[in-house]
Every structure is written in structure tokens, then in C-alpha cells.
Design a protein around this ligand. Structure first.
Ligand SMILES: Nc1nc2c(ncn2[C@@H]2O[C@H](COP(=O)(O)OP(=O)(O)OP(=O)(O)O)[C@@H](O)[C@H]2O)c(=O)[nH]1
Ligand SMILES: [Mg+2]
Length: 331
């Protein structure tokens, strides 16, 4: 039976929400994720009409293939360097997800899934502390409703030192309010640290080798989360009665260059520039040199509750001290 699921992206301005979403379909298509290749997930952007129609209507809608313009536009904006999402509305994107390979029986027998993913400007839900960003009440109310109605929340945070970040307080308060909300649907939360490839820019072709090691990601997550005051809020959500499962992961919408395996930025250029072939403009150059990395994880976990080698639970984050107490002595 087709199941509908709603997923809300939240996180500070410039956190990487829109980029994560824009690279999602390519990431799934290129299997650039930490799930088994035998899972064979497929994710196809669909129109709102197809999302809303019941199964029979959806087949008919397929026939006429309603416009998928919004997602194409998002991808194009991302390809051209990214555009800040405006604060005038929240934006819904729709996908059909199916699993075509080997998966736990509970998953295989329950597809396909129709996903609604909500993107919005970071300033609406997670503004910088103390900043008075004027947002229309209608827009705030719409996003609040979407968050309460969401089956899953994907919190996208830039991989920076969290204690320096002006949005830490607002994120904590948002999680508090969500924990107390009685009418929430929330079942899953994924915290994803974006821009992961930036850690590896100096490693050349070895970059990809390190990035592909889940132990490296786990180490990075432990370090990044050490100073995160909102971590306790997420732990609390997972307590009995909270009814929510929480995962942590990393992702890079820019990813790594296909043949050269290095991060998709040129450190010799001023600023960060994507690798492109000289004198070749447009989308084909991107498709040749660029592959996103792990941007599928947050959405697949949010939708299916299925872990990859790069999704980590609180128990896994905590495991080092439990498994090897000697390390905690060394600090
Ligand atoms: N290096 C690197 N930069 C990235 C990556 N993903 C996004 N960026 C850059 O980070 C900036 C912010 O990305 P967005 O996706 O627009 O962030 P957002 O969370 O949607 O921001 P708002 O819409 O303003 O809330 C843009 O300049 C992107 O180009 C990545 O994987 N690596
Ligand atoms: Mg955005």
C-alpha cells in the first residue's frame, strides 16, 4: 500500500537545507550513500497532484506527467551556486520512493512511499539569537503546522564549531517546544552535518578514502556534538513516552569529483569553486565531475527508519566510553 510521509527540513540560514534537497535525487540515483548497494532505492520527483491523488489517480497522473518544475528549478539554482530560500513562504517538494532490492521484510512489503519534503528559509524556524527577523505570521503558522504534522524532522547544521553559532539558543528552544507539543506526529529526527567534504580538502585523492570510512564520520560527529547544548533535548525526545528515534549523520551536497576522488572544490582558487572542465559551461560539466555524498541518508532514514553505515544512534555515539573505558582516561 502506498504510504504518505511528510518530512520537514529545519536548520539555520545557510545550513545547507536546500542544497541537501537539490542533490538528493542524484545521490540516490548514483548510489552515493552508505546503504547496501543491494537495497536499490529509487527516488523520483513527482508533482503535488501525484502526491495528493490516490493510487489509481496517480497512475493516470503519470500518463500526463504533470510538471516537475519546482524540483528542477531547485536543482538548477543549486548548480549555479545556490540561492537563499526566501522567507515569504515555505516550499513543498514531492517524491515517490521505492525499494527495489534486498531490504528488511517490513520495508520491502510496505512501499512505495510518497514523500512531501518541506524546505524553508532558516530564519523562520531557527533565526540567529536575538535577531528580530520580520516574518509574516501566516508563514510562521504554516511552518509550525508543517512541523507538527511532520513524520520526521531533518535538522541540517553546517559543520562548524557549534559554540560559535548564533542559532544554538533558538534551536534548543525549538526542540523544547516540539518536545512539549502534544499534537505532534513526529517519529524520527535526523541531525545531519552538511559540507562534510570541507574537512578533507587538503587530502587530495585520499580524501574520498577517508570520507568513505564510517569510523571517521563517527569521530567527527562525536567531536561536533561535544559542545552541543541541544543534544540533551534530542536524547529526551527518545525516552520512553517520547516515541521518537534520533540519528546523526554527515553529508556533502558538493561531494567529491568522480574520477579524481578529491573534494569537489578547487583549493587553489580564491573562495570555493566547483571543479568544472575548462570552457565547458552548463549542467553537463557538473554531471561529469560532481557527485553528492550521503545526502540520501537523512531522507531515507526519515522515511524508512533504515540505518546505513553512516547513520548513528545515541548508543553508537556513546559507545566508545562504554566499550573502551581506557580511552576516556586519555580524554
Ligand atoms: N562546501 C560546501 N558548501 C555547501 C555545500 N552545500 C551547500 N553549500 C553552500 O552553503 C551555502 C548555503 O547552502 P543552502 O543550501 O542555500 O542553505 P540553506 O540551509 O538552504 O539556507 P537558507 O535557505 O538561507 O535557510 C551555499 O552557498 C551553498 O553553496 C556542501 O556540501 N559543501
Ligand atoms: Mg534554503
Amino acid at each position: 500500500m502506498t504510504e504518505k510521509l511528510s518530512i520537514c527540513l529545519v536548520g539555520p540560514k545557510k545550513g545547507g537545507k536546500s542544497s541537501l534537497l537539490a542533490s538528493l535525487a542524484d545521490c540516490v540515483a548514483q548510489s552515493a550513500f552508505g546503504y547496501s548497494p543491494r537495497l536499490r532505492p529509487a527516488l523520483q520527483p513527482i508533482s503535488q497532484a501525484e502526491f495528493q491523488a490516490d493510487a489509481a489517480d496517480a497512475r493516470r497522473a503519470d500518463l500526463f506527467h504533470a510538471e516537475q518544475g519546482d524540483y528542477e528549478r531547485l536543482k538548477q539554482d543549486f548548480g549555479e551556486g545556490g540561492v537563499a530560500t526566501d522567507t515569504l513562504n515555505t516550499y513543498e517538494y514531492f517524491f515517490r520512493l521505492s525499494v527495489n532490492g534486498e531490504a528488511p521484510p517490513a520495508v520491502v512489503t510496505r512501499g512505495p512511499w510518497l514523500l512531501e519534503v518541506v524546505d524553508s528559509a532558516g530564519e523562520i524556524a531557527v533565526p540567529p539569537d536575538g535577531a528580530a527577523v520580520p516574518i509574516l505570521n501566516d508563514v510562521k503558522a504554516k511552518l509550525a503546522g508543517q512541523m507538527l504534522g511532520a513524520d520526521a524532522l531533518v535538522i541540517v547544521l553546517p559543520l562548524v564549531r557549534l559554540e560559535d553559532s548564533a542559532w544554538v539558543g533558538t534551536l534548543s528552544r525549538l526542540l523544547d517546544r516540539l518536545a512539549l507539543a502534544r499534537d505532534r506526529r513526529l517519529r524520527r529526527v535526523v541531525v545531519v552535518f552538511s559540507q562534510y567534504e570541507r574537512l578533507f580538502t587538503r587530502l587530495g585523492p585520499s580524501a574520498f578514502t577517508y570520507a568513505c570510512d564510517p569510523a571517521v564520520a563517527l569521530h567527527v560527529l562525536r567531536k561536533s556534538l561535544r559542545a552541543a547544548p541541544w543534544l540533551d533535548r534530542l536524547r529526551a525526545l527518545e525516552q520512553p513516552g517520547g516515541g521518537v528515534s534520533v540519528r546523526y549523520t554527515v553529508a556533502s551536497a558538493y561531494g567529491f569529483t568522480k574520477r579524481f576522488q578529491n573534494p569537489n572544490m578547487d583549493p587553489h582558487q580564491p573562495g570555493e569553486r566547483r571543479f568544472r572542465r575548462a570552457r565547458v559551461e552548463g549542467a553537463r560539466a557538473y554531471s561529469e565531475y560532481w557527485r553528492p555524498f550521503l545526502t540520501a541518508e537523512p531522507i531515507l532514514y526519515a522515511a524508512l527508519g533504515l540505518d546505513s553505515a553512516f547513520t548513528f544512534s545515541h548508543a553508537q555515539l556513546d559507545a566508545r566510553t562504554a566499550e573502551n573505558p581506557a580511552i576516556s582516561i586519555l580524554g
